[in-house]
Design a protein around this ligand. Sequence first.
Ligand code: ADP
Ligand code: MG
Length: 224
Amino acid sequence: MTDAQTTFEALGLSKDLLAALEKKGFTNPTPIQEKSIPILLNTDHDLIGQAQTGTGKTAAFGLPILEQLDPSQFKVQALIISPTRELSLQIKTELDWLKGRKNASVSAIYGGESFEKQFRELKRGVDIVVGTPGRLLDLTKSKKLDLSELKVLVLDEADEMLQKGFIEDIEEILSHANSERRTVLFSATMPKQILNLAKTYMTDYEHVKVEKKMSDTSLTKQYY
Ligand code: ADP
Ligand code: MG
């Protein structure tokens, strides 16, 4: 083969996930997926992933989470914090098809829906929880969401969560989570407050970045 493009297989994903990707028609990883997936699969490092909207950040953290899920563990293994109900549902939908035949249950938790219903869902046992900060914090504080056995905690669209004033809720959720977990942060932009959050709550992290556009880079170069 002369194709220079990386494949999902070369990134180290196993056959159930590769089959799901093929079925969906994803042929090659996007740049942020190509940079993030090997770090998440092959190292223990925390990760900051920076790339514009629409670059495939969901699968960049979703595929490694699904790959590393232990189907026999009856505790929440991954928590994904997201700024809105719509984005939480989108992430759940994407994970539900990315998982293919893999046995993984994903639950979306957000405000405005019955607390009882979400509590019952959690009680039945879920592997991956995705939701908005306020409701996640309520369920955590009332001990209905157990964050003591997480493998990974993802802060998705971190800059949007900052804009919406969710940072305090997020810090409180982080304080309830087990310390052995890995922390992953994805954002389109990296304001100072987000970097400070990363420096406080993340250890030994890698920072991968996909530049916006070629024209922006050359524009920067012209100034030198
Ligand atoms: P972001 O979170 O960076 O804004 P998303 O993860 O929502 O982006 O992805 C944007 C769209 O691109 C989604 O419809 C998703 O299914 C699609 N997508 C993601 N990865 C790939 C890929 N490798 N090949 C083709 N489409 C992809
Ligand atoms: Mg996204």
